[in-house]
Design a protein around this ligand. Sequence first.
Ligand code: SF4
Ligand code: SF4
Length: 72
Amino acid sequence: MRNMRYLEDVATLILNKEACVGCSLCTVVCPHGVFEMMDNKAVIVDLDGCMECGACVNNCPVYAIKVTPGVG
Ligand code: SF4
Ligand code: SF4
């Protein structure tokens, strides 16, 4: 969602691609379309769109995503 953003380059979102098992849940639960699937792995396609809500973190089955709420 390119029009839903606040600060640039400060979101604390981190994705461990090695740990990702390709379930695609993060692409489903993220309200801002921050993730897309590529070659059966999640990729961050819009870091600045992240509002650090934690939905992806809470739904990732292998703890591949980290975010610190309230920073970015
Ligand atoms: S923390 Fe929220 S806004 Fe940021 S990537 Fe995860 S689900 Fe999307
Ligand atoms: S929820 Fe986790 S395991 Fe599933 S696609 Fe996203 S990063 Fe990968």
